[in-house]
Design a protein around this ligand. Structure first.
Ligand code: SAH
Length: 230
């Protein structure tokens, strides 16, 4: 009777997506479909309510971003997450957005997560294995790596889409370099006061930066600083 259930995680995830649509945060069918397909409940550690629109602690002084921030970033990046494209998720944490990116770029594309806490990389891979994109992990179009995301992931550059899930004091130059002409990066920038910046690299290689909204993310920093609570 699983498919008739009214209180299952799939239904709750769908209700979360509908709430984000009602409030105009999810505006496209594409983003609604991917957030419906990737059950957020698989990525939030036990004990935290996964479908509440709030960030949640994931250990190691890190958080999974709130659903409305994930939706906002997916809306901003959706044209750069088409089948066959390359996407980089810096500070991939739980792996939730990396999984969404993988679903959007599909088996012909590449979705890469980079996270500097090895335990989070291990648990994110476990989360992804339970999700709708498990097969992409096996096929190799989705991967997650332990590395300092401030250096990007040169092996699969250039990227059509780069998402940074932690706030940088300034935009790391390697990330700008690894953005494809025509590509877009979404990155929170600042320390106490932060702005979500949208960085568009034009076809001539010039870069245009605008601020989308004020945000509050954990810092993009060294592993030592993060583990010592900054
Ligand atoms: N987007 C993820 C996690 C957001 S929290 C999610 O929603 O689940 C930010 C993440 O960035 C944390 O997991 C933190 O460990 C990671 N991080 C911070 N600085 C980093 C760096 N220099 N390199 C790689 N990851 C980093």
């Amino acid at each position: 009777m699983e498919h008739y259930g009214t209180s299952g995680s799939v239904d709750k995830n769908k209700a979360m997506v509908e709430y984000l649509q009602q409030y105009g945060i999810i505006r496209s069918k594409k983003v609604a479909e991917v957030m419906e397909a990737i059950d957020r409940g698989l990525f939030v550690p036990g004990g935290s309510p996964p479908y509440v629109d709030s960030p949640m602690q994931i250990g190691y002084n890190a958080t999974i971003s709130a659903p409305h921030m994930h939706a906002t970033c997916l809306e901003l990046l959706k044209e750069h997450l088409q089948p066959g494209m390359h996407a980089l998720d810096v500070g991939s944490g739980t792996g939730y957005l990396t999984a969404c990116f993988a679903m959007m770029v599909g088996p012909q594309g590449r979705a890469v997560g980079v996270e500097h806490i090895p335990e989070l990389v291990t648990s994110s891979i476990e989360n992804i294995k339970k999700s709708a994109v498990a097969s992409l992990l096996n096929e190799g179009s989705l991967s997650v790596h332990v590395a300092d995301g401030r250096l990007g992931w040169p092996d699969l550059a250039p990227y059509d889409a780069i998402h940074v899930g932690a706030a940088a004091p300034e935009i790391p130059q390697p990330l700008i370099e690894q953005l494809k002409p025509g590509g877009r990066m979404v990155i929170p920038v600042g320390t106490v006061f932060q702005d979500l910046k949208v960085v568009d690299k034009k076809l001539d290689g010039s870069v245009k930066i605008r601020s989308e909204t004020s945000v509050r993310y954990v810092p993009l920093t060294s592993r030592a600083a993060q583990l010592h609570n900054y």
